[in-house]
Ligand binder design. Structure first.
Ligand SMILES: [Zn+2]
Length: 305
């Protein structure tokens, strides 16, 4: 087994309830819904949702025929299952983003929202995403921006030691990283993605403002200001739409057979072999013999059985 960077694990976490449902995040949630609508194609075949958590954003991808919800935490996926149910449309996969268990070129869409934030090796994770996407596919990436106004003022006032203008990520809490927009652009470029659009979000992520101004008004103005992200990015959250490949190169090409069985989606994260045998309660790799558990509708590729 190859060494991979440390992982931020939400196993057993009540993140969905404490942060989203009760945490006064309605504003953030609604501005994200707007950004997704603006960036994601209306229709598609297979979308990979990286860091799906409890499936908060998943219903927003309903234009895709199938959605693979990927998370490292099984308990988060169980919460997503309760929310979305078990059907052919949703495929639940517990796996490590640094060793994605999918064949190359499978997905025509991918999203990674509030997830890169926890990546100790962001370029490596982005490289994995590229591998499993087909040329011309659309990748929606959200990242936490270190170059935000609050951080800039705190730095100028001497209340913050790290420099928001430098390109390296800042780990402000264990396995919580903020990134510089130019570094993100560079990494995407190195992986062969073409950045098509940037939107800035959470212009009004200020506690007292959120308490006195009705959420709908903040959401309205944020949705207008989002477009300025194409020119400058000074908010704590930034959305990027990137194309896998260069514009007009192999655009719209479909490389994966439409009616392939589910097991044809997967490859062994241990040896990379793309032929796995479905044994009902597990998938068995023909390459290395490892067995990957399938239980209660969740494919588990974290540790072999
Ligand atoms: Zn294998």
């Amino acid at each position: 087994m190859t060494n991979t960077p440390p992982i931020c694990n939400y196993e057993g976490s009540d993140y969905q309830t404490s942060f989203w449902d009760k945490g006064g995040r309605k504003y953030e949630d609604r501005t994200e819904a707007i950004a997704i609508k603006r960036l994601l194609p209306q229709r598609g075949r297979i979308l990979l949702e990286l860091g799906a958590g409890a499936g908060r954003n998943t219903p927003r991808y309903r234009g895709f025929e199938r959605i693979v919800l990927l998370d490292y935490s099984r308990t988060q996926l169980e919460q997503a299952q309760q929310r979305l149910g078990q059907s052919d449309k949703y495929i639940y996969v517990a796996a490590d983003v640094y060793r994605l268990p999918f064949v190359e070129g499978l997905f025509d869409g991918a999203t990674m929202i509030r997830t890169l934030h926890h990546m100790a090796d962001a370029p490596k994770a982005l490289g994995q995403v590229k591998n499993v996407m087909r040329p011309g596919g659309t990748f929606i990436l959200e990242f936490a921006n270190k170059l935000n106004l609050k951080a800039i003022f705190r730095y100028w006032l001497g209340r913050q030691t790290w420099n928001p203008f430098s390109l390296e990520p800042v780990e402000f809490a264990k396995l919580n990283f903020d990134f510089h927009p130019r570094a993100i652009r560079k990494w995407l470029d190195e992986q062969g993605f073409t950045v098509e659009r940037m939107l800035t979000l959470s212009h009004f992520r200020i506690g007292w403002l959120k308490r006195i101004v009705p959420t709908g008004i903040l959401v309205f103005f944020d949705s207008l200001f989002q477009w300025t992200g194409q020119w400058w990015q000074l908010t704590p959250s930034v959305f990027v739409r990137a194309l896998r490949g260069k514009p007009n190169s192999m655009h719209g090409e479909e490389t994966f057979p439409r009616f392939a069985s589910l097991t044809a989606f997967f490859k062994c994260p241990n040896c990379g072999f793309a032929q796995l045998e479905d044994r009902k309660t597990y998938l068995e790799c023909y390459g290395c013999g490892k067995k990957w558990e399938v239980r209660d509708g969740i494919y588990d590729f974290r540790e072999s059985m």
